[in-house]
Unconditional design. Structure first.
Length: 352
């Protein structure tokens, strides 16, 4: 097979690009759709469960799909720099694609609430990283104001090109399954991705690529669940820092997606998220970050409530790689044992 060329080339006819668009790509997309039989036995017996492993993208999250398009269009517009607010992954992707494009990148992140891997990525790719003593919602407000001055291109998901790129994940799921799933479950933070997937499924149906549409189901973290509660959360808190958002930018678009698809948005606790996080790693060999596990925690909750039809195909998007947040992995796992460098001590420690 000729090398996969990234989402712009592979899905060009569905994307707002022309011959004049300089394509900035790291060959993102083409991520595994892994059947999760062992996990399903525990969280949703009788359901055909799949994991869309978006951590396999070049910077380790689904943001790459949107960033290839946002940065390519920014370059086409000849902007001076790109800018974003981020809980981490957007900044990592902006930094990488900005580096590839030769564009300066400015990112605002909440101080102390961004996972180590993500901060390291933004820094090594040469972005100017500003940590604010505040949360993501405050960072986004500041960035929106600054970007009105036009020379800076905002690359958060309120940039429509971001969602255009991210919709390719839904198309890929259909290409991999040969149809759409019955239910598609995602973690929800700023609510851009659930909106993008719904757009992708709808456009694939309109193009005759799939017959049926899935129900879109989103899960927020209980301490950061403004959409579920129907009110802005001033001080959002969750172990899943990626979705620690109290006032999602795509709130109304996400509501439309769940209404049109006959879906739902609900919430899961941090404890449920961490349980799912360990189960996905332990049962399926897939290491995702805590926010991603909200989808599987959500499936478990739906199953317990009897809301998953027997035999139905359910896809969970695992949005980011576990290595993004090594500290949480360490915190939920037993400490490795340290022994003397002798056969006897090692054998004793192995307790086999
Ligand atoms: N999962 C991960 C790993 C994320 O990084 C995000 C969002 C989401 C889920 C939620 O997606 O915002 O489209 O509903 N991260 C953004 C960021 C906010 O700045 O990296 P959403």
């Amino acid at each position: 097979m000729i090398q996969w060329r990234g989402v712009i080339e592979e899905y060009r006819k569905f994307l707002p690009v022309t011959e004049a668009t300089p394509v900035v790509s790291l060959n993102e997309g083409h991520t595994p759709l892994v059947q999760a039989k062992q996990l399903a036995q525990i969280v949703c017996p009788g359901v055909d469960l799949y994991l869309k492993v978006e951590g396999a993208n070049p910077t380790g999250s689904f943001k790459d799909r949107g960033m290839t398009l946002a940065v390519s269009k920014a370059l086409e517009k000849k902007v001076r720099a790109v800018m974003c607010a981020s809980t981490g992954n957007t900044s990592a992707a902006a930094a990488a694609y900005g580096a590839k494009a030769g564009l300066p990148v400015y990112v605002l992140v909440p101080a102390n609430y961004i996972a180590l891997g993500k901060l390291s990525q933004a820094m090594i790719h040469g972005a100017r990283v500003i940590q604010i003593k505040g949360n993501f919602d405050q960072a986004l407000n500041i960035v929106k104001e600054l970007c009105q001055e036009d020379e800076f291109e905002l690359v958060n998901s309120i940039n429509p090109f971001r969602l255009e790129g991210q919709k390719t994940a839904a198309m890929e799921v259909c290409d991999q399954l040969g149809r759409a799933p019955v239910i598609h479950v995602l973690p929800v933070g700023n609510a851009g991705n659930i909106t993008a997937y719904w757009k992708g499924y709808q456009e694939y149906q309109a193009a005759g690529q799939i017959r049926d549409l899935p129900q879109m189901v989103g899960f927020q973290a209980e301490g950061a669940a403004p959409i579920v509660r129907g009110a802005i959360v001033e001080d959002p808190q969750t172990v899943a820092t990626a979705i620690r958002i109290g006032n999602p930018a795509s709130w109304s678009l996400a509501l439309r997606a769940i209404r049109e698809s006959d879906g739902n948005i609900d919430m899961v606790t941090d404890e449920q998220i961490l349980q799912a996080y360990r189960m996905i790693a332990g049962e399926e060999g897939v290491f995702c970050e805590p926010a991603s596990a909200a989808s599987v925690a959500g499936v478990r909750k739906m199953n317990a409530a009897g809301r998953l039809p027997e035999g139905s195909t359910v896809v969970c998007t695992l949005t980011g790689h576990g290595l993004k947040d090594p500290e949480t992995a360490k915190n939920v796992s037993p400490e490795p044992q340290t022994v003397q460098a002798t056969r006897e001590e090692v054998v004793a420690a192995l307790s086999i």
